[in-house]
Write a new protein. Sequence first.
Length: 367
Amino acid sequence: MKFSLNRESLLKPLLLVSGAVERKSTLPILGNILFDINGSLLTLTATDLELEMVAHTDIDNHGEDGKITIPARKLLDICKSLPENSLLNFNAADDSVKLSSGRSKYSLSTLAADDFPNIEEWKGDVEFKLLKSEFLRLIESTHFSMANQDVRYYLNGMSIESEGNEIRSVATDGHRLAICKISNESLVLPARQVIVPRKGILEIIRLLAPVDEEVQVYLGSNHIRIIDTEFSFTSKLVDGRFPDYRRVLPRNGDKIFVTDKEQLRQVLSRASILSNEKFKGVRLNFLNSLLKITANNPEQEQAEEELEIEFPYEELEIGFNVSYVLDVLNAIKDDKVKFTLADANSSVVIEGADTGEALYVVMPMRL
């Protein structure tokens, strides 16, 4: 089995699929990429049994059709280090593949293509098209609120929901909640909720560019699939029930405070330098025309910041994990942010003052 192609033609699909390669697998074949040649089309497939990435490229010339699996990391490193526009020649025989380019020659061991796992064929029961920029915004607005290695495994992912002309993303780790929704008048979707695992979400962020090109999204009973002109991405879903977040949305907020997002982000960032490294707590003191922010740590060091505000309510003191609030401020695109508060023991609702596309709930901390 012989084929050749330009380095650039191989490098792009190789980089696309490499995100799904299992780094520390007990199954050696999961460290390999499946090369499948059919006519002048080369299809590359990588999987870790949870995710599957498929990308395509054209080859210049070939002998016969066939399949081999090649070690992903080694091949990627070789391709990256070869000069631009090199011609790569592959010659597979027995248990190895010989790769030559100019005066460079490499021999890599291969594994049988028949042993390469394939995510079973399935049909999506909900499908829709969305601009890449919109889908990326939907996920980037909420992904930081996903749990990481929580025993409540269904929190280690993101809920993607469809209903009518709306698509929502929801993530929570039990201490904070992030919701983003996108409406599109051309959509007519059934009510559906799936939980995409954390690794799948991070891979989608890596794959999507903020451009106005459409991608096709399929939701099935066990999988989500995204199909683009350059790649096909499939992820298994988390089997579990996502909590009913609507029940925890605070309804009793009667104090609204609007301020410049960048100013608030800067004072909180500075105060966080002297907060406790483990708990990251800061105290926010809302006075009529002043917001006082204080943080201290076990070394008895203290930071104090002040911000002029309009707060025509009773004075209020409330503690937060400053990292949670900064994550929200970094995700909001508006210039001004709106906080809806009730009392020192109630969660705060944070949203952009203009768009209202995304909504964030952060629980208070006792300090």
